[in-house]
Design a protein around this ligand. Structure first.
Ligand code: GLU
Ligand code: ZN
Length: 276
């Protein structure tokens, strides 16, 4: 059975790109009698606004989607802590006390997940007086896991390349998990078989595939769909002020019709779909 999910972060209202993502994930599951899950990814520290979860549910309802909601990330912290503890004990994580400014001063290479950490703290011991993040020792992990691949429904078989993003943060200074650890654990715990999300997260999948190998998690398939772009060719984003779904809904727009248009890939003026 196909199990997909929509996993929004409540740090801003949803926009048309989210609606497209939710409709795609919903339909991929429902077309074959599968399950479509909603998971609120609310561990984004101070940026997280839990009250938005209710707005998201109203938005999905308005689009005519049916879903099963699984527990939000904020009530799964113990599972993240346990996995991080295991990875630390097995020597795959190391503490990093560097600030963003310190890392940027080293003029690091830019990768898909932002700056690639130059490994300054690798081999250092944890100083209990300094707040530390825990980073993945990618070289060590790759040496033990060997070559890894994963399957994308649109792009086909991919060789995992976690080195591209470098030693990413697995446990944040201010939260018991980074997005990479939390989403990977949750998708496994929720029984997701087809991880459906935007193409912007395509490179992150290499990291998730490596975490699955290290933690002995089941390996799903992925479906990275194309992103909706605005008239300047940029990805729709909360911060660039694309009208939110909640605004459209409150303004009386017909959500069922909007969902149908998205299915037909007919987008409002100025919006286009970048091919995945
Ligand atoms: N919570 C993430 C976001 O809103 C999505 C994560 C995912 O689909 O893997 O960008
Ligand atoms: Zn460091």
């Amino acid at each position: 059975m196909i199990v997909t999910r929509f996993a929004p972060s409540p740090n801003g209202s949803l926009h048309l790109g989210h609606a497209y993502s939710a409709v795609v994930a919903h339909d991929l599951a429902r077309e074959t009698g599968g399950r479509f899950l909603l998971r609120i990814e609310d561990i984004d520290g101070p940026r997280s606004r839990p009250e938005l979860a209710e707005e998201f549910r109203r938005d999905l309802e308005w689009l005519g989607l049916e879903w099963e909601e699984v527990p939000a990330q904020s009530i799964r912290l113990a599972s993240y802590e346990a996995a991080a503890h295991e990875l630390l004990e097995r020597g795959y994580l190391y503490p990093c006390t560097c600030t963003r400014a310190e890392i940027e001063a080293l003029e690091p290479r830019l990768g898909s997940q932002g700056v690639v950490y130059p490994g300054t703290c690798k081999g250092r011991l944890l100083d209990p007086d300094k707040p530390a993040a825990l980073r993945l020792d990618v070289d060590r992990a790759m040496a033990d896991c060997g070559e890894l691949s994963w399957d994308d429904a649109l792009a086909g078989r991919q060789l995992a390349d976690p080195r591209e993003a470098g030693d990413v943060v697995i446990v944040r200074k201010d939260a018991p998990a980074s997005y990479h650890l939390a989403a990977t654990l949750d998708d496994a715990a929720d029984g997701v078989t087809l991880v459906t999300r935007g193409y912007d997260l395509f490179p992150a999948t290499s990291i998730h595939r490596l975490l699955q190998a290290l933690l002995g998690l089941p390996v799903p398939r992925w479906h990275h769909h194309g992103l909706l772009l605005d008239d300047s060719g940029q990805k729709l984003a909360k911060r660039r002020g694309s009208p939110s779904l909640a605004d459209r809904r409150r303004g009386g727009e017909n959500g069922l019709l909007l969902a149908e248009q998205l299915r037909l890939r007919k987008f409002p003026a100025g919006i286009s779909l970048a091919s995945a």
